[in-house]
Design a protein around this ligand. Structure first.
Ligand SMILES: [Ca+2]
Ligand SMILES: [Ca+2]
Length: 161
């Protein structure tokens, strides 16, 4: 019998489990750490430990002063402790994109995928980002005004002024 099964059996049989509660949580190992948020700030504790070495910052804090809060840095996959890493490339694919995707990959990779329209990528972008439009036909009226965003594309881009 493995230790995990023994602990579960102990709890099921209502045997004294004092002290085993924390042991049961610890038995979750790396999988539990990768999804745990013990301080309840919305940031994965393993991510906080990796970048800050502690859990003291909140989701709204911006310790590297790049204008991107920790919550957005986590979602965008940028480093919250490096101001030069705040920008990303957002991909747009008419054929493979989904509104629920974050735009951080050319195609769905299980975690990230392209946006379906240029407009939705613009809506998700922050200053300094690049929007890369993959091959396809996009019939959109897009206004880029007052935004520091670079738009690139594959193949011939046709547009009307
Ligand atoms: Ca946390
Ligand atoms: Ca930041």
């Amino acid at each position: 019998m493995t230790l995990t099964k023994w602990v579960l059996l102990c709890c099921i049989l209502a045997l004294p489990c004092a002290g085993l509660g924390s042991l049961l949580i610890y038995l979750g190992g790396p999988d539990a750490d990768s999804v745990s948020d013990r301080d309840g700030d919305g940031l994965l504790d393993a991510w906080e430990q990796e970048h800050f070495g502690h859990l003291d910052f909140s989701a709204d804090d911006d310790p590297d002063l790049d204008g991107v809060a920790n919550e957005a840095e986590l979602a965008r996959g940028t480093r919250p402790d490096d101001a030069s890493s705040a920008t990303v490339t957002l991909f747009v694919s008419r054929s493979a994109g989904q509104l629920s995707y974050d735009g951080l990959a050319r195609q769905w990779d299980g975690s990230h995928g392209p946006k379906p329209t240029i407009s939705t990528a613009l809506f998700s972008s922050l200053s300094g980002d690049t929007i890369h439009v993959l091959s396809g036909t996009y019939l959109e009226d897009v206004t880029i005004s007052g935004m520091n965003v670079t738009v690139t594309g594959e193949g011939l881009i046709k547009g009307t002024p």
